[in-house]
Ligand binder design. Sequence first.
Ligand code: AGP
Length: 609
Amino acid sequence: MCGIVGYVGHRDAADVLVNALTRLAYRGYDSAGIAAFGNGKISVAKSKGKLKDLIDKMANEGKPLGKAGIGHTRWATHGEPSDVNSHPHSGAKVTLVHNGIIENYKELKNFLIQDGRTFLSDTDTEVVAQLLDHYYTYISDPVKAIIRTTQDLRGSFALGIVFQDYPDNVFAVRRESPLVIGVGEGESFIASDVPAIIEYTKDYYLLEHDEIAVLSPDGIKVYDSHYRPVIKTLKTADWDVDAVGKGGYPHYMIKEINEQPTAIKNTVVPRIKDGMPNLEECSIDPEALRKIRNIFIVACGTAMHSGMVGKYVMEELARTHVTVDIASEFRYRNPIIGEGDLIIIVSQSGETADSLAAMRLAKQKGAKTLAIVNAMGSTIAREADMLIYTHAGPEISVASTKAYMVQLSVMYLFAFELAFAKGTIDEEQYKYYTSKLLETPDMVQKVIESTTETAQKISTQLITADSLLYIGRGLDYALSMEGSLKLKEISYIHSESYAAGELKHGTISLITKDMPVIAVATQSALYEKTVSNIKEVKARGAKVVMICKEGDDVPSDVADFVLKVPDFEECLLPMLVCVPLQLIAYYTAVQRGNDVDQPRNLAKSVTVE
Ligand code: AGP
């Protein structure tokens, strides 16, 4: 989704802004622009396309000069991607960039048109620029004008603003959309996300809803919506610029796949005490766990898929009813929840609009909320009753891999803790499962090494397919959902995941020799059943890739390719098997020549519903 940046200091603003925007490119965008303050005026450069198009344009037409400015990458919502719809947008004395959606922009636009204003673009953002300009004409104090403007806005916004009369300042305000304020020596920054500015500073403030920041080279002042000064707590990122580079890998996605063993270690090890999980620092109390009636895991996309694995494990070990819900469905279906229920919200970014709305709804209805989040200080993390951070570090590739892996590891930690609290496993089992979870970083490393070559070969067979089916039962089905999503989002090959036993109730009619099937069969109790389903698709001509455990007896006529993972504790096998599924998706997309890290139409952080 859109990314915003801003800079005030001693450097060339345009260079800093373009550099920072490059680090936000992972969020997904279709146009870019900057504005800088120099020679007594604000100059703007903007262009449809990638940052390279903006850079080329500035090389030909000149770049905005100055030591203060704002920048933007746009992911189109109101109006097609075009030069004119790109941000920044301006009024007479105000220029701004915006991340979010203004829901009442039409009525505001009508008001401004009646007031004699004209518009160049189709965007909701230009309405904000003109509205702020309108109020600034009457209220010459920029902070007061911002406060007055935000009172009229409905929806979500993070705004970076420059005023013609304040050449040494950048202003910022936010509601719902994320924004951080970077604190440097003799320079200050704004950004949608810390990675954008990590090269310049690790220190930052988190802006709360409706707070206004005034940046100058000498420092930062923050005010609340009543214009009262606010004292902010300084935060420091615990990772550095290397974490947001490719580190010698051709794509972020493959780098992040390789970072998974470390990510699991960072997430799990600090939560183990005396051989057992201890989630006290996350405000999770065993006594409260004992009283939970129902659990709902609510999330979107890959994060939701981690919940599917969590459901199988929690129901099996803790004998507690778990429902997994897509956040955009949950929030509008008047869910039957209340006191005694626990809602687990899973989100890498911690800013996903539907997941956030689902969490707020659950709170309103009296349920307790637990967030499993990767991005520190994000809105979901801040608003949840209980919080388990995953420590994957920044995930840049749009296709989520290491974040999914650590979400799985937290699902297990929580399931073990819940089962022990409920008395459905004893201390010996509790310690056994925990010790196995602690082995997963090494096991995942082994699987990366042992399956890469086979995954590459398999993907060579898939690149010409139009459509694919992933099948499995139980945990293997839960995992297949993620395998299928991963493949389709980056390879652009249609794929579906299906419960293997359900095929013959309709979907098997799709099977022909041109429909490859990836069958996951790692659960001993279901192995024979899944093999029978594989035989059914094989008999109808499908080319079959089978993923199973070392030592499994695979009948010779069942699969065209067999990929084996180590024989390990079965409930933890999704953490191993997701690796070859990620690799198959990655190499298929690479061989098809796709933009692996920034697939078409997708954004990393989905801050609009
Ligand atoms: C998966 O590769 C995607 N990036 C997507 O499905 C993602 O998991 C989903 O949009 C949820 O995002 P979140 O974890 O930031 O809430």
